[in-house]
Design a protein around this ligand. Structure first.
Ligand code: BES
Ligand code: ZN
Length: 612
């Protein structure tokens, strides 16, 4: 089964190790790189080897130190450009060669965002970060850029002395660059085989602080203290995850807080989770994102989806484990509450994509689909809903967690498809094959829209949110004086988020209602990013003009796509301000992450590719 998103044929050869030499040039936004790939032939008479690249400038290729012929194929819109390398002699099955590629990245590499000093908190030094998942590693390193391929890596990174480099690996010391005394070389080793999408690098004016026996937080110094207290539960979560899923094999578990333009909430880079600063709520209420990234240490990083069509194996199991960690730390009602919120996120994604859209299938076909365009809550929450449904069928959380742990041990260090997962499920529960056969597998896996079964979650923690939302939905103008500040001050941040999510599922409230809500609850003063995001969307939907500049401010001051894309979309659909949304986007575009700006441009119907 081929990977529709990669030109490199992982059925014919596999990269086992990758040795990286990177020289960062902040003035030209270019990485000069040399990569040595240890490649094993999987078949006899192997004569050509294809690597993935995207916008790379290839200077030279050698195989076992001999210069060889290479050619670049036509450029594909999102897959990039295949690099065909002619082997000096035919390889036989099992044979290893070292392929060395000398290259330069493009300043527009989609995996990278180069920040000017003005775009950082410290304002003095530039900054670089990478985001390779799903298919962007190829714009930073020529490689077999498919999650079916796993390898170890070693890296040496040369940077200006004032900057610090970290990677998704164990730190292995540093030394002055022998070729330039004004630079340092940082070394890293990743001894656990992992897919290319987990290669990650950050270079900036970084500091760190220990927060646990195997954990540090990293960020610009302005955020270190806040991050250390926000993420103080890290070791407890790690230990809980080990109880549930087995030993943590990656040694270190550090967290790096990125600048606000980081496009995701979190990214499970091995040894070094990347996190958006929008998690710094002050009350640890968004720590489930850390539980989620910790969980990926097993589901995703140890057991990996074979292609992006099986992405739900990564994310569905990770959400399941994340909520099991939440269950251990906060109790079952909390898990039920979060599961219910997840169902709503799934409903939102299905509404946005359309209930007949094949991208809402749990296992979508991604032939000629850019994984960034396919991204949504579906693999997360339809995946979770399926696992929760199975949990109920086979005997509850302990029983089903036994399966998940066994699945992890069975497929550790490998990449798997949905069929392999399902076969293992049936063999693990061989005494309950009848129950499993009663599941409507075809609808769950291969049909669009909401799942065939809606789980009945316990509403203990949601009841207060549901009741309050209902009061607002039903309120006539003369009822508005019945609302009190204590309606929300008695709720947890989780519940305020849920209350707003419930309102967002309904028709827009009358403008009088949201204005009154502001008067009584002062939601404008809430700094929790998940609260603010939902509140501003609600206001814009009710056509409150005062909220438009606040929504656009949030959309541009941070760049987490989960917030930025819907905020731009919401203002764009407020017809009077559609042009303003486009204007603000165009003003900020150059400072945005390349993937975020590409996706927002599509949403605002701005001529994609015209600028940049
Ligand atoms: N691996 C994902 C982020 C990702 C997915 C990046 C696909 C690029 C392509 C990460 O683990 C994730 O799911 N993050 C979520 C956390 C949430 C579900 C708790 C996020 O960013 O919001
Ligand atoms: Zn995830």
């Amino acid at each position: 089964m081929a990977d529709p998103c990669s030109f490199s044929s992982s059925s014919r050869c596999l990269t086992r190790h990758l040795h990286l030499l990177l020289h960062l040039d902040f003035s030209s936004h270019v990485i000069r790189g040399k990569v040595q790939l240890t490649v094993e032939a999987l078949e006899d008479r192997l004569s050509v080897l294809t690597l993935d690249t995207r916008d790379l400038d290839i200077h030279a290729v050698t195989v076992n130190q001999q210069p060889v012929h290479f050619s670049l194929g036509p450029r594909h819109s999102f897959k990039g450009t295949p690099l065909d390398i002619t082997l000096p002699s035919h390889l036989s099955r099992g044979q290893h060669v070292i392929v060395e590629v000398t290259y330069k990245t493009s300043p527009l590499a989609t995996a990278l965002q180069w920040l000017t000093p003005e775009q950082t908190a410290g304002k003095k030094q530039p900054y670089l970060f990478s985001q390779c998942q799903a298919h962007h590693c190829r714009s930073m390193v020529p490689c077999q850029d498919s999650p079916a391929v796993k390898h170890t890596y070693y890296a040496q990174v040369s940077v200006p002395r004032d900057l610090v480099a970290v990677m998704s690996a164990v730190r292995d010391g540093q030394e002055t660059d022998p070729e330039d005394g004004s630079r340092l070389i940082y070394r890293f080793r990743q001894p656990v085989p992992m897919p290319s999408y987990l290669i990650a690098i950050v270079v900036g004016d970084l500091e760190s602080r220990q927060i646990g026996p195997r954990s540090r937080v990293w960020s610009e110094k302005e955020f270190v203290e806040k991050a250390a207290s926000e993420f103080s539960e890290t070791e407890t979560m790690l230990a809980t995850a080990e109880d549930l899923a087995g030993p943590y094999v990656w040694g270190q578990y550090d967290i790096l807080v990125l600048p606000p333009s980081f496009p995701y909430g979190g990214m499970e880079n091995p040894c070094l989770t990347f996190a958006t600063p929008t998690l710094l709520a002050g009350d640890k209420s968004l720590s489930n994102v850390i539980a989620h990234e910790i969980a990926h240490s097993w589901t995703g990083n140890l057991v990996t989806n074979k292609t992006w069509e099986h992405f739900w194996l990564n994310e569905g199991h990770t959400v399941y484990l994340e909520r099991m960690i939440g269950r251990c730390l906060e109790g079952e009602p909390f898990r039920q509450f979060k599961a219910m919120g997840g169902w709503k996120d799934l409903q939102d994604s299905v509404n946005t994509f359309g209930a007949n859209n094949p991208l809402t299938n749990l296992v979508p076909r991604l032939e000629d689909v850019d994984p960034d365009d396919a991204f949504s809550s579906v693999p997360y929450e339809k995946g979770f809903a399926l696992l929760y449904h199975l949990e109920e069928l086979v005997g509850g959380p302990e029983v089903f967690m036994g399966f998940v742990k066994s699945y992890i041990q069975r497929f550790a260090y490998n990449s798997v498809t949905t069929d392999q997962w399902k076969d293992y499920l049936f063999s693990y529960f061989k005494d309950q094959v009848d129950v499993l056969s009663s599941v409507d597998w075809n609808t769950w896996m291969s049909c669009p829209g909401m799942p065939p079964v809606k789980p009945q979650y316990d509403t203990t923690l949601a009841d207060a949110c549901i009741a309050l939302a209902q009061r607002w939905i039903k309120a006539k103008d003369q009822d508005l004086d019945s609302f009190r500040e204590s309606d929300v001050t008695t709720l947890s941040s989780h519940q305020v988020i849920e209350f707003l999510s419930l309102l967002l599922q309904e028709d827009p409230l009358p403008l009088t209602h949201v204005k009154k809500m502001q008067d009584v609850y002062n939601l404008n003063a809430f700094t929790n990013s998940e609260v603010r995001f939902r509140w501003l969307r609600l206001c814009v939907r009710s056509r409150w003009e005062d909220a438009v500049p606040m929504a656009l401010k949030m959309a541009t001051e941070q760049g987490r796509m989960k917030f930025t894309r819907p905020l731009f979309r919401e203002v764009f659909h407020f017809q009077k301000f559609a042009a303003e949304a486009v204007r603000v986007f165009l003003t900020h575009r150059a400072a945005m992450h390349p993937v975020t700006s590409g996706l927002v441009a599509k949403e605002l119907k701005v001529d994609v590719g015209a600028a940049q």
